[in-house]
Design a protein around this ligand. Structure first.
Ligand code: SF4
Ligand code: ZN
Length: 279
C-alpha cells in the first residue's frame, strides 16, 4: 500500500477507527524518515456534532505532533450539511455527505501534496458496503470494489484502506487498550437504515459462521479482478466540470452541487414572489 517516501494524508474524523489508524501509521512512519503524515479532517457543517470531532482530532494531532488540516463543506462548496438536510430531497443527508466528503478529501489531499490518502474503513464497513451495493443492484460499484490501484489522468490521490481486513471489534479494542479519546456522540442525521439492518444481520452471521465478513469481501475482490479486462467499471476519466475522477462525464459531486444550487434558486425565487404578493 505504501512507498517509503510517501506523503500520507490520513482522513481523521475523530472516531475510534480513524484515531486508531492515525496512531498506527504514526508509529510506522517514525521508522521511515522520508515518509510524512498529515491528518485531514472534513468539517461537513453539522452543528454540535463536528465541533467535538474537530477538537478531539486537534488534541490527537497535537499529542503526536502531526500537521492537521481542516477542510470545510462551507468553504469548498458554499453549503453546509445542516443546510442540505433542511432542504426537501429524495436523497437522505448521508447520500450527499458521502459524495461531498469524498470530493473534499481528494481536494484536501491534493492541497497538502499527498501521494496516498488513507481512510479508516474497517472489515465491517467493507462487508456492509458490498451487501448494500448488492441490495441496491449497483453492479458498477460492485465491480469497482477491487483494492488494485486506479489508473486515471484525473486530479486524484490514490486511496488506501489499511484497516479493511480488521474487524470493528478489534479497532474498538485497540482504541480502549491505548486509552484513546474518540468521538462517541452520534451524528444527528444518522446512518442509512438499510446499512444498520445489514450490520445487525452480518454480526449475527459472523457469530454463527466466523469468517463470513472476510469471505464476502474476498469474493467481491475476486469478482472485480476477473471482470477487470472486460468491464469499464474501473475506467475513470476527469470530470468535465472539476477534473476529479469519475466513470461518467460529470462527477456525482458536481451533479449534486448543481441540483442544490438550482433548488436554492427556486426557493429564493418563491420567497421573493411571496414577498411581492404580500405587498
Ligand atoms: Fe455524514 Fe451521514 Fe455520517 Fe452524518 S451519519 S457524518 S450525515 S455520512
Ligand atoms: Zn466534478
Amino acid at each position: 500500500m505504501l512507498e517509503l517516501n510517501d506523503t500520507i494524508a490520513v482522513a481523521l474524523s475523530g472516531g475510534k477507527d480513524s484515531v486508531a489508524l492515525l496512531r498506527i501509521l504514526w508509529k510506522l512512519e517514525r521508522r521511515y524518515p522520508p515518509a510524512r503524515l498529515v491528518a485531514l479532517t472534513v468539517d461537513e457543517g453539522i452543528s454540535g456534532y463536528r465541533t467535538e470531532a474537530i477538537s478531539i482530532s486537534r488534541e490527537v494531532c497535537n499529542a503526536l505532533n502531526i500537521d492537521h488540516v481542516v477542510v470545510s463543506f462551507d468553504d469548498l462548496f458554499g453549503v453546509t450539511m445542516d443546510e442540505i438536510a433542511s432542504k426537501p430531497s429524495e436523497l437522505r443527508p448521508c447520500s450527499y455527505c458521502g459524495v461531498l466528503r469524498r470530493k473534499a478529501l481528494n481536494g484536501g489531499a491534493l492541497s497538502v501534496g499527498a501521494t496516498k490518502l488513507a481512510t479508516a474503513h474497517n472489515l465491517d464497513d467493507e462487508a456492509q458496503t458490498v451487501l448494500l451495493n448488492v441490495m441496491h443492484g449497483d453492479v458498477e460499484r460492485i465491480l469497482r470494489a477491487s483494492s488494485a490501484p486506479v489508473k486515471t489522468e484525473a486530479r486524484f490521490v490514490p486511496r488506501i484502506k489499511p484497516l479493511a481486513e480488521v474487524p470493528e471489534r478489534e479497532t474498538t479494542l485497540y482504541a480502549y487498550a491505548t486509552g484513546t479519546r474518540f468521538q462517541s456522540q452520534p451524528c444527528p442525521y444518522g446512518h442509512e437504515a438499510m446499512r444498520s439492518d445489514i450490520r445487525i444481520m452480518l454480526n449475527r452471521l459472523e457469530l454463527k459462521h466466523p469468517g463470513v465478513k472476510h469471505t464476502i469481501c474476498r469474493s467481491v475482490e475476486r469478482l472485480s479482478e476477473s471482470f477487470q479486462e472486460t468491464s469499464t467499471a474501473r475506467v475513470f476519466r476527469a470530470c468535465s466540470v472539476c477534473g476529479d475522477p469519475t466513470p461518467n462525464n460529470e462527477c456525482e459531486a458536481c451533479k449534486m452541487l448543481k441540483t442544490l444550487k438550482a433548488s436554492s434558486r427556486t426557493n429564493s425565487e418563491s420567497v421573493s414572489v411571496h414577498a411581492v404578493r404580500s405587498r
